[in-house]
Design a protein around this ligand. Structure first.
Ligand code: NAD
Length: 329
């Protein structure tokens, strides 16, 4: 049994991680600004608090945990990260969280610490061709992320690596590529593409129309949550520090993602591509050569399998909220 702290335990990945760690029999403390929205956390302790506050971090990181998973970040989907409106807050908040946690974890001698970076650190100039993006780990430099979210992640990668170098901290760093699944944000503006598509399709009437941002030709890959957690576990059990990509190599255009969700839902809808101010790079895909080689890991199932589970869950949420919305209006 390991003694583990999950920062960002009230979020999507953190919530799933806590459940997995508890199933495996570990002692877990969770911390977040909020509790999980969709199910109760099985954490042994769950502290509601703001990790931008060093005092709170000192109270939460009060012992030499076997492992810390640092997943807390001010984040959301494209509508939150790429408009520019939230840049100051998201940089300040996420950098403060990381500075506070790494500093205190070092002081108390935490045995191993995981940091969740992002595919958003990769340079914009390598992601202009939707059919041929380059996201191999070493291509991160010369750096030119297309968002302040990406710049903060790159800074914090370097922060964790500097603590490893100067103080011998045992760190692991992964660059997640679009992780999705049930119990993720599905409405309200912070949801990401798979959840947004599932919601739009679930809400649409047969023969209707759904909106897809941009021309829909932009490409991405999406990784189901269970696959992501397996890869994180392999990284933690390995002696490889990273940074390493954790993602899927099954690249798909956003219009085709919408069509796949329609097929899963059994609905025929038309797509309306709507212009938005900025939706991110033209193409992005995980490059899994390093993780295959170092951790012998690759996703086990195609996108359609995870997307089906996610659609079923979001469809239930949509059906459950419908009567409430009808009453209000
Ligand atoms: P999420 O938004 O669901 O979870 C992040 C959690 O951090 C939230 O519950 C939030 O309340 C918490 N948090 C934010 N500010 C805080 C603060 N000041 N104090 C305490 N808690 C705070 O996001 P997620 O999808 O679960 O992502 C987890 C991590 O993985 C994040 O660091 C994210 O940047 C990274 N990541 C995720 C993806 C993805 O596709 N989900 C991709 C790349 C990187």
């Amino acid at each position: 049994m390991r003694k583990i702290l999950v920062c960002g335990a009230g979020g999507f990945i953190g919530g799933h991680l806590v459940k997995k760690l508890k199933r495996e029999g570990h002692w877990v403390r969770g911390v977040d600004l909020k509790s999980n929205e969709f199910s109760a956390s099985p954490a042994d302790e769950f502290i509601i608090g703001d990790l931008t506050n060093q005092q709170l971090v000192n109270e939460v990181v009060d012992t030499n945990f076997d492992e810390i998973y640092q997943l807390a970040a001010d984040m959301g989907g494209a509508g939150y990260l790429f408009t520019g409106e939230n840049d100051a807050n998201l940089m300040h908040n996420s950098a403060s969280i990381n500075l506070n946690i790494v500093n205190q974890a070092n002081k108390v001698g935490v045995k191993k610490i995981f940091y969740s970076s992002s595919a958003c650190i990769y340079p914009a100039y390598n992601q202009e061709d939707p059919n041929n993006p380059k996201c191999s780990e070493e291509s991160a430099y010369p750096a030119l992320p297309d968002s302040e979210y990406g710049w903060e992640k790159l800074f914090s990668e370097r922060l964790f690596l500097a603590f490893a170098r100067n103080y011998g901290m045992n760190v692991r760093i992964a660059r997640f590529h679009n992780v999705f699944g049930p119990e993720g944000t599905w409405c309200g503006g912070k949801e990401k593409a798979p959840a947004a598509m599932c919601r739009k399709v679930a809400e649409a009437k047969e023969g209707g129309e759904i909106e897809v941002w941009g021309d829909g030709k932009q490409t991405r890959s999406f990784l189901y949550i269970d696959e992501c957690l397996e890869a994180v576990d392999r990284l933690m059990r390995s002696d490889f520090t990273g940074p390493i990509n954790i993602g899927s190599e099954e690249m798909i255009s956003l219009n085709n993602l919408a069509k796949l969700v329609m097929q899963i839902a059994g609905k025929k809808l038309s797509i309306k591509n709507v212009p938005v101010s900025y939706i991110g790079v033209r193409g992005r895909n995980s490059d899994n050569r390093l993780i295959r080689q170092r951790l012998n890991w690759a996703p086990t199932a195609p996108l359609q399998i995870g997307l089906t589970k996610t659609f079923e869950w979001i469809n239930k949420q949509v059906q459950a909220t419908r009567p409430v919305l009808a009453k209000v209006s």
